[in-house]
Write a protein that binds this ligand. Structure first.
Ligand code: SAM
Length: 431
């Protein structure tokens, strides 16, 4: 690999005798890993069913394995959200934050969502998780991943950190800032990181991180904890950034700092620091929802769908915004969606056009296991469904959850022994 000369000199000076080993690490193939979605099954259960070989567990991330599989994203279990693909060292930041059930958690720079998924699993479906991504296109990918993994307690937003801090001052118990960086740990995987590397770019990234961190501190409640992480080795973006942050905010305390380097671990490298805001208050968000559109008729339309689909009352709290009927977890703040560029809130159960209620794909991914009519397909049969084909089924007529084994893949509607395919076109498996 053609590493920038200046980068080589900096690392040589910093690593001394360790430098040759660091340089040799670039000859190895990129490290790959997956983390089992424990909202759906345990790591042990996944290991029993794994469709390709799993190597050893990742030491710093429970429920994760290293893999060598060429196309792990093309497997039906991936479509069912049973696992998330993530570079092993990148898995070290979220566990450091130690999130717990019921907490208010922010993932400030969240797309495509690797760490959001980890945080959600640790929260076990309770509490409030806000996953934010400034770039709207990337935020849409984040929202799709949240949906695929069946995460029910997450709001996906697309806002600048300053927009969020205007709403969520002193609000969060835990914040993850996985900042945009110069990506020195991504040189193997992302050729642009290598092409764009320069000392000026490192300085530019450090300045941007400073701004993001200052906004994050505003959003942390008294006693709250924050992890700052990057996938770069540059001290200006890592250790020096933390040092300067502590100087600017004397109320913060450094609890732990770790740097994974590619010649010391089986991973591409990552930096993470855990900090705590010692004093301060814990507030509710600013700016209540101005237009609460709780349409009784939409709720009734959903209730009659729910009686048929679940065979029982649904039981979750509902909210209606425009045409979307959502299941909203307890404690989710009722803020104006426009103030934070909201893409999703809880689980979109379906859309009501004033006449009909049509269920959404997200409903199947989060609540499909509760459906009264479930079509359980083998892995081979599931490929037909994922390609958009209708599937023969011995089921009564009506909406059903289509599953690979017991894991939902999407919705179908059974009519006289054939399940019509309702998998959204953009999510279908390419032939
Ligand atoms: N946490 C993600 C994961 O685990 O999948 C990866 C996040 S990536 C390292 C950093 C993200 O920060 C990018 O998606 C990028 O678009 C976003 N970003 C860029 N500029 C930003 C800014 N000024 N404020 C907040 N986020 C920004």
């Amino acid at each position: 690999m053609n590493l920038p000369e200046e980068f080589i000199q900096i690392m040589q000076k910093r690593l001394g005798d360790d430098f040759p080993a660091f340089l040799r690490s670039y000859e190895n193939a990129p490290c790959k890993g997956l983390r089992v979605n424990t909202l759906k099954l345990s790591a042990e259960e996944f290991a029993r069913r794994a469709p390709f070989p799993l190597k050893e567990r990742v030491e710093w991330a429970p429920d994760a394995f290293r893999i060598t599989e060429e196309k792990p994203g093309a497997d039906v279990y991936h479509f069912a959200g049973l696992y998330y693909l993530q570079e092993p060292s990148a898995m070290c930041a979220a566990p450091l934050l130690g999130v717990k059930a019921g907490e208010r958690v922010l993932d400030l720079c969240a797309a495509p969502g690797g760490k959001t998924v980890q945080l959600a699993a640790d929260m076990g479906g309770t509490g409030v998780l806000i996953a934010n991504e400034i770039d709207r296109g990337r935020a849409e990918i984040l929202a799709q991943n949240v949906e695929r993994m069946g995460i029910a307690n997450c709001m996906v937003t697309s806002a600048a950190p300053g927009q969020l801090s205007a709403v969520f001052s002193d609000y969060f118990d835990k914040i993850l800032v996985d900042a945009p960086c110069s990506g020195e740990g991504m040189f193997k995987k992302e050729p642009q990181a290598l092409a764009h590397w320069s000392r000026q770019n490192v300085a530019m990234c450090a300045a941007r991180q400073r701004g993001i961190l200052d906004e994050a501190v505003k959003m942390l409640a008294g006693g709250g904890k924050m992890v700052y992480s990057t996938c770069t080795f540059a001290e200006e973006e890592d250790e020096m950034q933390v040092e300067a942050l502590l100087k600017r905010h004397p109320g913060l305390r450094l609890l732990e700092m770790k740097k994974l380097l590619p010649h010391e671990v089986c991973g591409e490298g990552h930096f993470a620091a855990l900090l705590q805001k010692e004093d301060g208050v814990r507030r509710n968000p600013v700016g209540k929802l101005r237009e609460v559109r709780e349409f009784e008729r939409a709720r009734k339309a959903f209730d009659s769908f729910s009686d048929d689909f679940f065979g029982a009352a649904f039981g979750e709290e509902l909210s209606v915004w425009g045409a979307a009927v959502n299941a909203v977890p307890r404690g989710m703040p009722a803020i104006d969606p426009r103030s934070v560029g909201r893409l999703s809130c809880g689980v979109e159960l379906g859309r009501w056009d004033g006449k009909y209620f049509k269920p959404s794909h997200a409903l199947a991914m989060a609540f499909g296991t509760r459906a009264k009519r479930k079509l359980s397909l083998s892995r081979e049969e599931s490929v037909r469904y994922l390609r958009g084909e209708p599937v023969p089924a011995d089921l009564e007529n009506g909406w059903c959850a289509v599953c690979v084994e017991e894991f939902p893949l999407g919705l179908g509607k059974c009519v006289n022994g054939v399940v019509k395919n309702h998998l959204p076109k953009g999510l279908r498996m390419l032939r």
